[in-house]
Design a protein around this ligand. Structure first.
Ligand code: 6PG
Length: 238
């Protein structure tokens, strides 16, 4: 499907647009299936979105929260994506604790943690063998190297196509990450991109030809909707 690309004047405007989109998708899923699933992005860009989601009046018992990737650090570590989302959002709303499904990072071995989370998702979605579950919303960012989630350039994680969850590698630091096929099964993928440092990555992601190993975000082409919300500071006009 052709991506929806929107350039927003500044970060607050981008966040407001993202909030509208996310609420629309989640409320539609809840209305039709009485449940909604969202996988959160880490990093800094989405934090104000999570803070605005904390101010919403959603049927929290019908919403299930996952993460698209996680640094392999304790849940209370300053670098933890789980910690960021809990402080910005989840600790501020009455969402049932069992509706929050963090990636485990306390097994002492990222491969074991990845396998555990795979099993949790298979159980939650009641997946048939070989079937990938379709998240209602997956939020993503990109690095200035065009990584997304923890799918970094020239890493083995980019090739994993038979699992939901794998181990990512950022300069030797282990990550837990959704795989490309899991992301590409989503009903809606929404990229949030801000900052002039993302300009080059965007030019390569949207180029007619470029190497996907070098620019991993090029691998994201979901069955459902693909949204790119770009802050004007990226200077990218497709
Ligand atoms: C992470 C993220 C990562 C992030 C990008 C952009 O764990 O860091 O999942 O993929 O989305 O690095 O990060 P910023 O929003 O901080 O630029």
């Amino acid at each position: 499907m052709n991506p929806h690309v929107e350039v927003l004047a500044d970060l607050p405007t981008l966040i407001d647009r993202a909030l509208d989109l996310v609420l629309e998708k989640l409320q539609s899923s809840i209305a039709s299936r009485n449940i909604a699933t969202i996988a959160l992005a880490g990093g800094s860009t989405p934090k104000p979105l999570y803070e605005k989601l904390a101010q919403q009046n959603l049927p929290w018992d019908k919403l299930h929260i996952f993460w698209g990737d996680e640094r392999y650090v304790p849940a209370d570590h300053p670098d933890s994506n789980q910690r960021m989302a809990r402080l910005a959002w989840l600790d501020r709303v009455p969402i049932p604790p069992e509706n929050i499904h963090p990636m485990p990072t306390d097994d002492g071995d990222p491969a074991i943690s990845a396998q555990k989370h795979e099993a949790e998702l298979q159980s939650f979605f009641k997946s048939e063998p070989g079937e990938f579950p379709a998240f209602d919303v997956i939020l993503l960012g990109i690095g200035d190297d065009a990584h997304t989630a923890s799918l970094f350039p020239h890493t083995e994680a980019l090739q994993v196509c038979d699992r939901f969850i794998t181990v990512g590698d950022k300069d030797g630091n282990p990550r837990i990450t959704f795989t490309v096929p899991l992301i590409n099964t989503a009903h809606a993928v929404i990229f949030l991109v801000a900052g002039a440092n993302k300009y080059h990555a965007l030019t390569q992601i949207f180029a007619d030809e470029a190497d996907t190993e070098t620019y991993p975000a090029r691998l994201i082409n979901p069955q459902g909707e693909l949204w790119w919300l770009l802050e004007r500071s990226t200077n990218f006009a497709k």
